[in-house]
Design a protein around this ligand. Structure first.
Ligand code: PAF
Length: 250
């Protein structure tokens, strides 16, 4: 596994991969078993696997959330070592030479649900994903279904901007109590962690989105939203100031 910290070095390495299929897994680090599943699938379906680790500042609407985001590079590299061939760990100054004056904006889905609660979040996500796709030029890029809205918006951007990449949606990995794996879970206290398994259970069992909101509030969560979209129920809650999102099929 080779680790590239400058875009110039990565571009030179990318030149040597011509003709090989590339599976790309973009991440913000704090890797867990869910990321390993994405890497394993990328490895099974491509000649070569590229992982990116970059805590993208432009997708954090709350500076405190950015500051608290776990940064665990050495552990991440160890976790990916047997699955990734190349890891790019870019600097913000290199990825944003324009200081984010140029950005990708989507005007419909990105304004609702997560977008309504985190203004500008998806501009940051789409912009960094476009930059990373341009740098990696993968055959396939792998995204988890836990971030349902992100996945749909990336698929939409690929269609809208005619990008030559296949987006592969991967099912959400869950703990034994149903909690979706997330880098944020490690910020939960043991008490909050024990309670958090209720979140997907209530999303799944409530008869309506409104009933799920009521039941989640009664269980002690602060509820940002629960909403039904065709075939899927989405929710975002806070517990001990840690924000968790999830979705279940209807
Ligand atoms: O899902 C994530 O980890 C991030 O939103 C992504 C896609 C790596 C962009 O920063």
């Amino acid at each position: 596994m080779k680790v590239w910290r400058t875009l110039g070095d990565w571009r030179a390495a990318r030149g040597g991969l011509a003709g090989r299929s590339i599976g790309f897994v973009p991440t913000m680090g704090a890797l867990h078993a869910g990321h390993r599943t994405l890497l394993a699938r990328a490895s099974a379906e491509n000649d070569c696997v590229v992982l990116s680790i970059f805590v993208n500042p432009t997708q954090f609407n709350d500076p405190a959330d950015l500051a608290k985001y776990p940064r665990t590079l050495e552990a991440d590299l160890a976790l990916a070592a047997d699955l990734a061939d190349h890891v790019i760990v870019p600097e913000a100054a290199e990825l944003y030479p324009d200081n984010f004056n140029y950005r990708v904006t989507e005007d419909s889905l990105s304004r609702r649900l997560e977008g309504a609660h985190r203004p500008g979040h998806f501009d940051g996500v789409l912009t960094v994903v476009l930059k990373l796709l341009n740098l990696v030029q993968p055959t396939r890029a792998y995204f988890g279904e836990k971030d349902w809205q992100q996945l749909r918006l990336v698929e939409g951007m690929v269609r809208a901007l005619l990008l030559p990449v296949e987006i592969v949606a991967c099912p959400t990995e869950r703990e034994s109590d149903g909690l979706a794996l997330s880098s944020r879970n490690r910020r939960l206290s043991p008490v909050a962690r024990a309670q958090a398994g209720q979140f997907p259970r209530i999303l799944r069992s409530a008869a309506t989105a409104a009933a799920a909101m009521t039941e989640l509030s009664q269980s002690g969560f602060e509820v940002d939203y629960v909403a039904d979209e065709p075939g899927v129920r989405l929710g975002a809650i806070r517990t001990e100031n840690v924000r968790l999102i999830d979705n279940v099929r209807l």
